[in-house]
Structures are given as structure tokens and as C-alpha cells.
Design a protein around this ligand. Structure first.
Ligand SMILES: Cc1cc2nc3c(=O)[nH]c(=O)nc-3n(C[C@H](O)[C@H](O)[C@H](O)COP(=O)(O)O)c2cc1C
Length: 518
């Protein structure tokens, strides 16, 4: 039996990594720019398969893609796979700074622009791609082959889900810890899931728009998946699997998984180890197929209905007239909100499409959405709880809470100048009881997924969004008594940007030719 059931471990982690006014002021952590991790994982010796740059562009309406489903699956070929990778994890913008530093911005947002989420492809039925295990290199838009052969069956065993062996490919999202802990130290564990969640939002929407069924699988034997991907388990861990494509016949029995350790270019001259983070990951690992199955069954028994006094929202728009590709390419985190209002229909639409759930091996609804409404036409300013099933807001208190909201978001003006700021909260006792420590992963992941969908829903409707961090306990105090007993998980602010930025969009990114971000 793994340590997943000892859920004091998640509590201890959560307590130890809370932000408060005092902890932020007392922190002596500075950023060592000379030791900043490289933005890309580079395997110098592996065979390269360049990805086609003339991939199909997902033109489906963005809102339909976020919350829709695939009726008739298209075959998964290398071009579609390239599109899926580009719109989930590709380099969409490049920014050069005085002094020559280059930042590679990506399709999905990521805490501190550190982009620690890596993508691997376990392919067996992709037209134009030999069966194998590949790492996706966003820098030169290529796949690098870690293993030759069809290993989908190994993932099906690790996830106790034979469906994975019948999909043409399974994407595996991992995180390289140091890339985030360089800035955020042990709190970065939370970010691993927020950021894989925002990437998952893009991935599921892009898959839908490309007529590829896809879903998220959060339950698997971590050790087996990490072994297959040949990641150094002290430094990088698998976070989730995403089978992609329509059913296409079962994979043969998987080949023996040899231990391999392909050389990787070091990210930094030296790395700092954060045992708190590694322990949080290890304590939420599942150790056997039987444990994965039991874990998943317990999850489905526990889905919770919403409750409360409800105030309806306007009917959400089914489409926004903006294709998904345009939406993803236009997306960027808003750096300054003007304070101007968005419409009630716009807020309603963003919330509705972001919270439709589904497409996962465990139920959604693990995080509760609380909002401060600052400037939404037709909705009184105040604090609210959102009920996704009934698609309604519950008024908690009336008032102009711009100042309070900015304070709650680590004293960042973005949190108060938004039109509305969405706080994700979770009842950790219930979650940890049901899912063990892996419930902590799930809550952060689901908040990241909904946050990522809010970004897409906002940009589809031509307003802005940004993820934000927060003072943990103050958030709960603000929304209490309603929120009493819950914990703060994540924040996304929505509103109108001061400027509509003209990003240099890189639909066909050229290789970074050895340049490294500063
Ligand atoms: C989970 C998450 C948390 C974030 N937290 C903050 C934050 O606290 N403050 C902030 O200014 N931006 C925050 N951001 C925005 C990131 O800095 C931004 O995504 C990153 O710089 C990449 O830029 P882009 O989103 O414009 O592509 C956050 C983004 C995400 C996805």
C-alpha cells in the first residue's frame, strides 16, 4: 500500500507552503539569474523526427471547442498530432529583451513563464509516425525518440485502463521540478498541477476542434509511467495521461521496458533540491494496478451535488465567432486591467464553458468557484459562490471589493482591477478522505484546467484573463462563513486589458537556433 492514504502528508505540505503577508515579507529567497534553468529539455543524442509545420489549423469556434465533444473521430496522423502539440505546448510568441535574452511564450500560460510542463507521446497508431515513445521538443518543433516499439499497452496496464491501448496515441504530461522551484521553491508543487491544468485546457479544446476524442487520466502507477518515459524521478514526474484519437484496434503486448538513461543537457549549473515537493509527489503516488482501480472506484462513489440559494446567470453564448486557433494565438496573460466592465453574458459564457467537466477518469467538481464581481454589467458588485450544475451565482455579500481582492491576490493590482476575480477553493478534508494525497494533485489540476478554460473563454470573447497567486488563509477568511473549512487552491482574474496587445504570432515557429532565454 502506498503512502497515498496517509493524507496528513498533503495537509503538512499545504500548511508549509501557504503564502501570508508575513511569510512573503520574511522570505529571503532571491532569484539567481545566472543559474536560471534552460527553457527546453534537450536530448543531444536521440533520433529526431521533425514535425510538419503545415498542420491543420483548428478553426472550430473556440467556445464550442472548449465545452464540446467529438461526434465522428478523424484519423490521427502526424499533421494532426503536430497541430495538437503546437496548440497545447508549442512556442507561439518569442520576445527578445535588451541585452539579447529571448523568452519563448507558449500556447498555454504557466506560472512565472517557466513552462516546466513537458509532453511525451506514446504512439502506436499514428499515421506517418513509427510506433515509439517520443519527447516533444517545442524549441525546434520536433519529436525525439526515446524508445522504438508500441508501448501503449504498458500505459494501459499502468493506468488500469485498457482503453489506452486502443487509442492511436497517449500524451503524457510531466513536470521538471527545478524549472519552477528555481523561482517558487517548494510551493512550485502546486504550480505543477495548475500549469498542466492550463495546458490540458488547450489540449482538450484543440483535440475537439481537430475531431480527435481525448480525455484526461489522473490515476496511474507513477513509477511505471516515469520508468517508461525514462525521466529522472528525483527531478521530473508524470502528472497526467491523455489518450487521443478514436479507437483503432488494440496494441500488441508491450515490449520489455529496458532501463534507459538518455543524456540530457543540464538545465542549470546547479540545482536546488526541495524534498518537500518530492515527498508531496511520492506521497500521492499509486503503487499498483489494483490500487489505481480501487482509487478510481472510490472517486466515482463520492461525486457531490451543489447546494445553496441561487441567483441565475444569463444564458451562455454557444459560440463567440472566434476560431480556437486565433484564440490560442491571441492569448496572453493580461498585465494590466483597465477596470472597465464586461457584460453579464460574457461572464456567464466564460464560467459555463469552463466548468462543463467530463473527459476524465475521475469526476469533476472537486473545486468550488468563488467570485468577487467588480464591474460586470447587470450583476451587483459583491462576493459570490458559483454553482456550475445550476449555472447560478449565490450572493454572499454586496459591495465594492476591488481593494480586498487585490490584497487577497498577493497585493497584485490585477486581482482588483479585473471585472471579476475567480477564486478556486476546495474542501481538502473531503478530497483527501476520498482520494488520499492524490486528491491534492486533482484539486490543483482541476483548478488549472478550469482556469485555462477561463483564459480561452475570455480570449474567445475578446477580453482578458490572468492566473494569480494568493494569500491562502485571507482568501478563506474573506469568503467565510460560506467558505469555512475550505482551502484556497488557485485564482484567475477576468477583465478588459488596458491595451489589446499586438503579439508577434508564430504560427510556423522557426527553430530557436541555439538561442537560450535569459
Ligand atoms: C497558474 C498560473 C498562475 C499565475 N500567477 C500569476 C501571478 O500571480 N501574477 C502575475 O502577474 N501573473 C501570473 N500568471 C501569468 C503568468 O506569468 C504568464 O502565464 C506567463 O508569464 C506566460 O505568459 P502568457 O500567459 O502571456 O503566455 C500566472 C499564470 C498561471 C497559468
Amino acid at each position: 500500500m502506498s503512502g497515498n492514504r496517509d493524507h496528513d502528508a498533503s495537509r503538512r505540505y499545504h500548511e508549509a507552503t501557504r503564502h501570508s503577508r508575513e511569510s512573503v515579507r520574511a522570505s529571503s529567497h532571491g532569484l539567481d539569474w545566472s543559474n536560471k534553468p534552460e527553457p527546453f529539455k534537450i536530448y543531444p543524442d536521440l533520433p529526431v523526427t521533425p514535425l510538419p509545420r503545415d498542420f491543420p489549423v483548428p478553426t472550430m469556434d473556440a467556445l464550442a471547442a472548449i465545452s464540446g465533444e467529438v461526434d465522428a473521430a478523424a484519423p490521427l496522423d502526424l499533421e494532426r498530432l503536430a497541430a495538437l502539440l503546437f496548440f497545447s505546448a508549442g512556442v507561439t510568441r518569442r520576445q527578445t529583451y535588451p541585452g539579447g535574452g529571448v523568452m519563448y511564450f507558449r500556447a498555454a500560460p504557466s506560472t512565472g513563464a517557466l513552462f516546466q510542463t513537458e509532453v511525451y507521446v506514446v504512439a502506436g497508431g499514428v499515421t506517418g509516425l513509427a510506433a515509439g515513445v517520443y519527447h516533444f521538443s517545442p524549441g525546434d518543433f520536433a519529436l525525439r525518440q526515446l524508445r522504438a516499439g508500441d508501448f501503449r499497452g504498458a500505459l494501459a496496464i499502468a493506468a488500469a485502463d485498457e482503453d489506452l491501448a486502443s487509442r492511436p496515441a497517449v500524451l503524457a504530461l510531466t513536470a521538471i521540478y527545478w524549472r519552477n522551484t528555481w523561482k517558487y521553491q517548494a510551493r512550485g508543487y502546486r504550480h505543477l498541477f495548475w500549469d498542466s491544468g492550463t495546458m490540458l485546457a488547450n489540449l482538450l479544446a484543440a483535440a475537439t476542434a481537430l475531431a480527435l476524442p481525448a480525455r484526461a487520466v489522473a490515476g496511474f502507477v507513477d513509477l511505471e509511467v516515469n520508468g517508461l518515459l525514462a525521466v529522472d524521478p528525483e527531478k521530473e514526474g508524470a502528472l497526467l495521461l491523455a489518450p487521443v484519437g478514436g479507437p483503432a484496434g488494440f496494441a500488441p503486448s508491450p515490449p520489455v521496458i529496458a532501463t534507459i538513461a538518455p543524456p540530457v543537457i543540464p538545465l542549470s549549473e546547479s540545482e536546488v533540491d526541495y524534498p518537500l515537493l518530492r515527498d508531496a509527489y511520492a506521497n500521492s503516488a499509486l503503487d499498483s494496478e489494483a490500487e489505481v482501480m480501487a482509487w478510481r472506484e472510490a472517486a466515482w462513489r463520492s461525486a457531490r451535488p451543489p447546494a445553496g440559494v441561487l441567483v441565475p446567470l444569463p444564458t451562455p453564448r454557444p459560440s463567440a465567432g472566434r476560431p480556437l486557433a486565433d484564440t490560442i494565438l491571441a492569448r496572453g496573460s493580461t498585465r494590466e486591467f483597465s477596470g472597465a466592465a464586461i457584460g453579464a453574458e460574457e461572464l456567464s459564457t466564460a464560467l459555463w464553458h469552463a466548468t462543463r467537466g467530463g473527459q476524465a477518469d475521475v469526476p469533476s467538481g472537486l473545486v468550488d468557484l468563488y467570485l468577487t464581481v467588480h464591474a460586470v454589467e447587470g450583476i451587483e458588485p459583491g462576493a459570490y459562490a458559483y454553482h456550475p450544475a445550476a449555472h447560478t451565482l449565490e450572493l454572499l455579500k454586496r459591495g465594492d471589493f476591488r481593494q480586498e481582492a487585490a490584497y487577497l491576490c498577493l497585493e497584485q493590482a490585477l486581482g482588483g482591477m479585473s471585472s471579476s476575480t475567480v477564486f478556486f477553493l476546495a474542501d481538502l478534508d473531503v478530497l483527501l478522505e476520498t482520494y488520499g494525497n492524490r486528491g491534492y494533485r486533482l484539486a490543483n489540476l482541476e483548478a488549472g484546467l478550469i482556469g485555462g478554460r477561463l483564459y480561452l473563454g475570455a480570449y474567445a470573447q475578446r477580453f482578458g484573463a490572468t492566473g494569480l497567486t494568493f494569500y491562502d488563509r485571507d482568501v478563506i477568511a474573506f469568503f467565510s462563513p460560506h467558505a469555512a473549512g475550505r482551502e484556497a487552491i488557485f485564482v484567475t482574474a477576468l477583465g478588459r486589458s488596458v491595451k489589446t496587445s499586438a503579439h508577434a504570432l508564430l504560427l510556423n515557429p522557426s527553430p530557436p537556433s541555439g538561442e537560450r532565454a535569459g
